[in-house]
Design a binder for this molecule. Structure first.
Ligand code: HEM
Length: 511
């Protein structure tokens, strides 16, 4: 960016002031002179606003930033509009570059803010964070924004890069499956990968600000693969793990039905064993299956004679998926699935016959904790957006932040985001120091409460942000686009992986 301004010629302010008409129109934004003579007619905000005597030929920095996201001026198509720099001036606004840390107060968790210390994060967490941030800024974010809009699945380039960097493996959490593997070009050794590395990964991915895309991006794997990992027999286990980690195949978890959500005992999909015990026949339906449209494998919960059993069902004869249109984008691949006399070999049973409840429940804590990581980070982005908007937007001749009512809202929002992150880090520390069994015994309640609280806070933060952004909070493009996305999609976290009330109740019962 610096190089781009260095090559610009110096133009006296008086010279800029001479170009004020349609077809001959210059404006200044942050010391850069833009020639809008041709662009004016195509300007999404119309030509009229640009011909205003306080804009045409003038320094329009304040009015510009009150109406546009700063990233607009970094778009390649607008670079040709830059014709010079005002004599004796220097741009004051530093565009953010891929990998940059936000300097907006509370825009980053304290451990990433240079002035603060943390007992939890070591060099390898910081190295992974740096690598992930560049990966997200350069590759994931543009793809996410495009697919969230088009409804299409993540690009091949992204899926391949995820596999190459071993991101799919890392998303299952620490364990032997990471040992001996180069993670993100060596940013962290597989053997030292812990839950704080995973927290970094989850929180960096959430910065794409595209909830449907995030869920479509193998979130189904995070919940669908663990039953295979923990309960499948060889050689099926290794085969499926390799296929999914390498990005060749996609898997999702198919439990919920139109008939039953949190009440897994009420499922109606059935599995019947053949007389020789070699084959199972599955019949029934599944609903709200994230990533189901993209999946080659489904981890399916079905009723068997003595209870519930889990099976790995490959896409094939008798399996059909239909897209469900939810409040977020179809890029998530949310599916309604029908199983019509689907035959699977007995080897595809995951865990014991009639022992499926344990198979399903065994991954709930991890799944919920992943969602807490994402919810906390997405809420923080909303706080950052509100702080920036509050400084940029002028009302009644003053920045929005000069209004006590706005500061009051921000105070509550900041406190909620900071409290959630602190609790999340504290629980993550416990996870790092407990076996999986101990985690199930001691942390199920804590994680349930954390998820309940993060999503309630997210709802409150969303409501406040909507009030701060006004009409822009319900507009998909422009200044409020992240707020619009958040207020439309934050409820997914409050429902998926256990509804708020169910989780609160679980925590109290455990206590
Ligand atoms: C310097 C070059 C400029 C570029 C490249 C530019 C580009 C854009 C773009 C892309 C949008 C659509 C934003 C969206 O996605 O909602 C927009 C909207 C708008 N622009 Fe500009 N613009 C420029 C300068 C200005 C200036 C100097 C003004 C001063 C009044 C202005 C006033 C507006 C208005 C009023 C809107 C509509 C905003 C809304 O719907 O909320 N623009 N501009």
């Amino acid at each position: 960016m610096a190089a781009q301004t260095e090559n610009l010629k110096s133009i006296p302010k008086d010279e800029v002031a001479k170009h004020t008409k349609q077809g001959d129109l210059w404006v200044i934004v942050d010391s850069i002179v833009y020639d809008l003579s041709k662009f004016g007619a195509m300007h999404p905000g119309g030509i009229g606003v640009l011909l205003d005597p306080e804009v045409a030929g003038q320094d329009a920095t304040t009015v510009f930033y009150g109406l546009h996201r700063s990233e607009i001026l970094q778009k390649p198509q607008y670079q040709r509009l830059k014709i010079g720099i005002v004599e004796g001036q220097k741009p004051r606004i530093k565009p953010s570059l891929p990998g940059d840390i936000s300097r907006v107060p509370y825009g980053e968790p304290t451990w990433l803010t240079p002035e603060y210390k943390s007992p939890y994060f070591k060099e390898s967490h910081r190295a992974l964070q740096k690598a992930m941030r560049i990966f997200v800024d350069e590759l994931l974010y543009p793809d996410a924004q495009a697919c969230e809009e088009s409804g299409k699945r993540a690009s091949k380039e992204v899926l391949q890069a995820m596999a190459e960097n071993n991101l799919n493996r890392m998303r299952l959490g620490p364990g032997k499956h990471l040992h001996g593997h180069q993670l993100f070009g060596g940013a962290v050794k597989g053997e030292e990968f812990d839950y704080f590395h995973e927290l970094v990964l989850n929180q960096e991915i959430s910065r794409i600000n595209a909830r449907g895309y995030g869920d479509g991006l193998n979130a189904g794997m995070v919940i669908g693969l663990p039953p295979v990992w923990n309960f499948a027999k060889e050689p099926l286990r290794s085969k499926v793990l390799d296929e999914v980690f390498s990005g060749q195949k996609v898997i999702s978890l198919a439990i919920s039905e139109a008939f039953a959500g949190s009440d897994v005992a009420g499922l109606r999909t059935t599995a019947t064993k053949s007389e020789d015990g070699k084959t199972w026949t599955i019949n029934g339906t599944k609903k709200w299956i994230t990533g189901g449209m993209h999946s080659d494998y489904f981890t399916v919960g079905a009723k068997t004679e003595g209870g519930l059993t889990v099976f790995l069902v490959p896409r094939g004869e008798g399996v059909e998926t239909k897209q469900i249109k939810t409040s977020y984008s179809t890029t998530a691949g949310t599916a309604y699935i029908t199983f019509d006399n689907v035959k699977v070999p007995a080897e595809n049973m995951l865990g014991p016959e009639d022992g499926g409840l344990l198979v399903i429940l065994s991954n709930f804590n991890h799944e919920r904790w992943v969602m807490c990581c994402a919810s906390a980070r997405s809420s923080r982005t909303i706080v950052e957006e509100c702080l920036k908007w509050g400084a940029q937007r002028f009302v009644f001749g003053k920045p929005l932040l000069a209004q006590a009512v706005i500061r009051h809202k921000l105070a509550a929002m900041i406190a909620k985001v900071e409290a959630t992150q602190a609790w999340l880090e504290q629980i993550t520390y416990q996870m790092c120091n407990m076996s999986y069994k101990e985690q199930s015994r001691n942390l199920a309640g804590q994680i349930a409460f954390l998820k309940m609280q993060s999503t309630r806070f997210a709802g409150e933060i969303s409501d406040d942000a909507v009030q701060i952004f006004g009409g822009r909070a319900i507009t998909r493009t422009g200044m409020g686009k992240f707020i619009e996305q958040f207020q439309r999609t934050q409820k997914f976290d409050a429902i998926l992986g256990g509804a708020e009330d169910v989780l609160g109740d679980l925590g109290v019962r455990q206590a």
